[in-house]
Design a protein around this ligand. Structure first.
Ligand code: AMP
Ligand code: GLY
Length: 417
């Protein structure tokens, strides 16, 4: 099977790594990719947002499956363009991707499907904004309706800050604050059948102790020793299956990866947000634990035959990933700095620990930083404590001027809470 992966972050590196280890995959391409993905896939240049260009590339390489990684191409209709030339795609249509592309749309689907989520108002005028902020009180949760690359959500006790963010958006969702630990649960679906993956936890804040600004994610781990063993079944029944059923009922079936961002509150599990693609960095740890070869799973979802898939098989191991970000991330990340130590990790730590590339590119013989999140150092071990130790040992070998990483990824969970 020839597979083309669209995107070029650590999530796509994790996907490509798993696909490259799958004996069913005879050729693997990634467009545009990055310096690390080049080790496991043939890179092709493409504008990932240009559906026609992606469809042409997929036809040219005679791809049997196209996997669209990031949300922006999905919302732009890239999966539709590839499907239109008759090539199976893992990833939802533009219409179904509105589940991530519009917070108001997601709320509407959840209301129709009876999915538990924060109570919310959609506001378009300053009067509506003030009314909604007043109704919920602090802490205020204000979300830009559209895609905002992780910058659209403000959670604050400061009314002026909440109001300013709301007024800067055309349309905002203002909602009830959800208290409790967050869980990311991914499910693979063909629009009818839903297959949940293992839950993971992401660390969204930039600094240790969940301080500092929100980021795209600074690390993740799986499994979650503190979570109720019935969590996956519960979320399947209350969230994932009803959402997939509702989108099918509307005539816009969702096929691809449905990502439920959940808060485990004192009053039960609530959806914080949906995404229409694999999460980053959670994918790095979830795929590290998946034993079932990946390509067949994704192809079954693309072809609408997930009901024929045998149950997924998971490794007993735990996995931890630690993101190394550039100087000044997330504000104005500095790029172009050389990265050293990659070969040492490859020589000393693999296969238990390995480096997945996010924002990197090659300049001659050097790999240099090319984005805010630069690397995602991933490790597996017999438990979280061991996986964590291996991940941080590998992190210590990497040298990138001015870089930052959290030192507390999975530390509480490794102690059992
Ligand atoms: P989102 O882009 O919707 O995932 O929001 C980013 C982050 O903001 C989430 O991971 C949460 O940490 C936080 N957040 C979003 N919505 C809420 C909420 N209703 N209550 C508390 N925190 C929230
Ligand atoms: N890990 C958060 C996200 O992928 O949106």
């Amino acid at each position: 099977m020839k597979v083309l992966v669209i995107g070029g972050g650590a999530r796509e590196h994790a996907l490509c790594r798993s696909l490259s280890l799958d004996p069913a995959v005879s050729a693997l391409y990634c467009a545009p990719g990055n310096a690390g993905i080049a080790d496991v896939a043939t890179l092709r240049p493409v504008d990932a947002l240009d559906g026609a260009a992606v469809a042409t590339l997929a036809t040219e390489i005679a791809a049997d499956l196209v996997v669209v990684g990031p949300e922006a191409p999905l919302v732009a209709g890239v999966a539709d363009a590839v499907r239109a030339v008759g090539i199976p795609v893992f990833g939802p249509s533009a219409e179904a991707a509105q589940l991530e592309g519009s917070k108001a749309f997601a709320k509407d689907v959840m209301a129709a499907a009876g999915v538990p989520t924060a109570r919310s108002y959609v506001c378009t005028t300053p009067e509506e904004v003030d009314e909604a902020l007043d109704a919920f009180g602090a802490p205020y949760v204000v979300k830009d309706d559209g895609l905002a690359a992780g910058k659209g959500v403000v959670v604050t006790d400061d009314l002026a800050v909440a109001r300013a963010h709301a007024l800067a958006c055309d349309r905002v969702v203002i909602e009830e604050y959800l208290d409790g630990p967050e869980v990311s649960l991914f499910a693979i679906t063909d629009g009818v059948t839903v297959v949940p993956l293992q839950p993971a936890q992401d660390f969204k804040r930039a600094l240790d102790g969940d301080e500092g600004p929100n980021t795209g994610g600074m690390g993740a781990y799986s499994p979650l020793p503190w979570a109720d063993p019935k969590l996956v079944d519960e979320v399947m029944e209350l969230v994932l299956q009803p959402t997939v059923d509702e989108l099918r009922r509307r005539g816009t079936p969702f096929s691809g990866l449905l990502y439920a961002g959940l808060a485990i509150t004192g009053r039960g599990t609530r959806v914080i947000e949906f995404n229409a693609r694999f999460g980053d960095p959670e994918t790095q740890v979830v795929l590290a634990r998946l034993r079932t070869p990946l390509a067949g799973v994704l192809l079954n979802a693309a072809n609408g035959t997930l009901d024929t898939l045998p149950p997924l098989v998971w490794r007993e191991d735990a996995a931890v990933t630690v993101v190394i970000a550039s100087h000044n991330y997330p504000e104005t990340p500095r790029t172009g700095d050389p990265i050293e130590g990659l070969l040492e990790v490859a020589a000393e730590d693999e296969p238990d620990a390995y480096v997945l590339h996010a924002g990197t590119r090659r300049e001659g013989n050097t790999v240099v930083s090319a984005g805010g999140r630069v690397l995602s150092v991933t490790a597996t071990g017999s438990d979280l404590a061991q996986a964590r130790a291996k991940a941080y040992k590998a992190v210590a070998r990497i040298r990138l001027d001015g870089s930052q990483h959290r030192t507390d990824i999975a530390s509480k969970a490794a102690q059992g809470h």
